[in-house]
Design a protein around this ligand. Structure first.
Ligand SMILES: C[S@@+](CC[C@H](N)C(=O)[O-])C[C@H]1O[C@@H](n2cnc3c(N)ncnc32)[C@H](O)[C@@H]1O
Ligand code: SF4
Length: 350
């Protein structure tokens, strides 16, 4: 089982981002962390055999909260960690100070993920980021000083300011940092954000995706999911394999016992009632569709035994015509950019 902990505080709201986060509410951090502890204790108690193979502290921006706030949470979940458990924390380059990185490393975090987004000042400004390219370099150096060997940087591409030359430079800048992992996301114009429906911010995604994937791979980071490259993140791979997880925190989601468990999507409501979850039952077809779509876009693959008769027939048809490969009872998509199309074909029972 995986454990996800959501930290919904940000220093400013980026105009493209639709993740659950709030700005200017840091005075609620104490109450929020008390609520997180109640939520975590309550969920662990309800599990038959709690054992976590990975923990992901995501956001929002975990690095805007002093590391001391995390101590109690670690005390609660540490007895339930598997040996060699991966513990990731997300961080913004400007708020992840050396003191914060050292503090988190001492608590047990062993993987750090920085939202770099770009190394060009004009693109960072367009994305509403409050850091510069140099802050990413300093943050990565500090992470290494603090003892982190597993470091990820997030990049956003297919913005109106991207072209092949600039993307080559973005990848070179990341390579020079000496990190172990890259997450490269095509800009999504999310509903309810200032970027919503503003097509002028975006350029052709498929064209850039193909180019970027080959550039990243040439730099030595092997693709293992549509947006992820390099040393495999156990937590993310867990999601794509369909592993069960509990979600702790406002805006978080859990998935276990064939159900999704949603926490309050509002900070104050969550603080008032952190253990209250809305539960959604998933049908066998929902579970199969999710397995097909997640498996198609990653090296997790699609397990034959998880397919109904019609989906299995469709997958075997694609395997026969060499559109997908087949090994040890699983189907694999080679070109992840075609994953959604292939998943749709497999799941369509008409
Ligand atoms: C939940 S955010 C947390 C990271 C951290 N708060 C930061 O911004 O540095 C994780 C990543 O999602 C990506 N992301 C968020 N919104 C996106 C969007 N609309 N399109 C593409 N990528 C997005 C960004 O690369 C971001 O670093
Ligand atoms: S991208 Fe990161 S910093 Fe920006 S609003 Fe989203 S979670 Fe906060």
């Amino acid at each position: 089982m995986l454990l996800y902990i959501h930290i919904p505080f940000c220093e400013s709201k980026c105009p493209y981002c639709n993740f659950g986060s709030v700005v200017g509410e840091k005075s609620l951090a104490n109450d929020y962390f008390n609520a997180l502890c109640d939520d975590l204790n309550h969920q662990i108690k309800a599990l038959k055999n709690p054992k976590f193979s990975s923990v992901f502290i995501g956001g929002g921006t975990p690095s805007v909260i002093d590391f001391n706030f995390y101590t109690k949470l670690f005390e609660i979940f540490k007895p339930f960690l598997q040996e060699d458990c991966e513990i990731t924390a997300e961080a913004n380059p400007n708020s992840a100070s050396l003191a914060w990185l050292l503090g988190m490393r001492n608590l047990g975090v062993n993987r750090i993920s920085f939202g770099a987004q770009s190394f060009f000042a004009d693109k960072l400004e367009m994305l509403g980021r409050t850091h510069g390219a140099n802050d990413v370099k300093i943050a990565v150096q500090n992470a290494k000083i603090a003892g982190f060997n597993d470091i990820n940087v997030d990049l956003i591409y297919s913005t109106r300011l991207d072209n092949k030359k600039r993307l080559e430079k973005e990848i070179l800048s990341i390579k020079e940092l000496g990190v172990t992992h890259i997450s490269a996301y095509s800009l999504t114009l999310e509903e309810n954000t200032p970027f919503a429906k503003k097509d002028e911010y975006k350029k052709d995604s498929a064209y850039f995706a193909k180019f970027l994937i080959s550039e990243i791979e040439k730099s030595g980071f092997k693709q293992y999911e549509i947006s992820n490259f390099g040393k495999i993140c156990k937590h993310n791979l867990g999601y794509w394999q369909g592993d069960e997880y509990i979600g702790v925190g406002a805006y978080s989601v859990g998935f276990y016992d064939k159900k999704r468990h949603y926490a309050a999507k509002n900070l104050k409501d969550y603080i008032k009632n952190p253990t209250l979850k809305e539960v959604e039952n998933l049908s066998d077809r929902d579970l199969m569709l999710e397995h097909i779509f997640l498996g198609a876009r990653s090296i997790a693959g699609i397990d034959k035994n998880r397919l109904d008769e019609s989906a299995l027939k469709n997958a075997e048809f694609l395997a026969k015509s060499k559109k997908i490969s087949q090994k040890n009872g699983k189907f694999y998509v080679k070109n992840f950019l075609l994953a959604d199309e292939i998943a749709l074909f497999i799941s369509n029972d008409s």
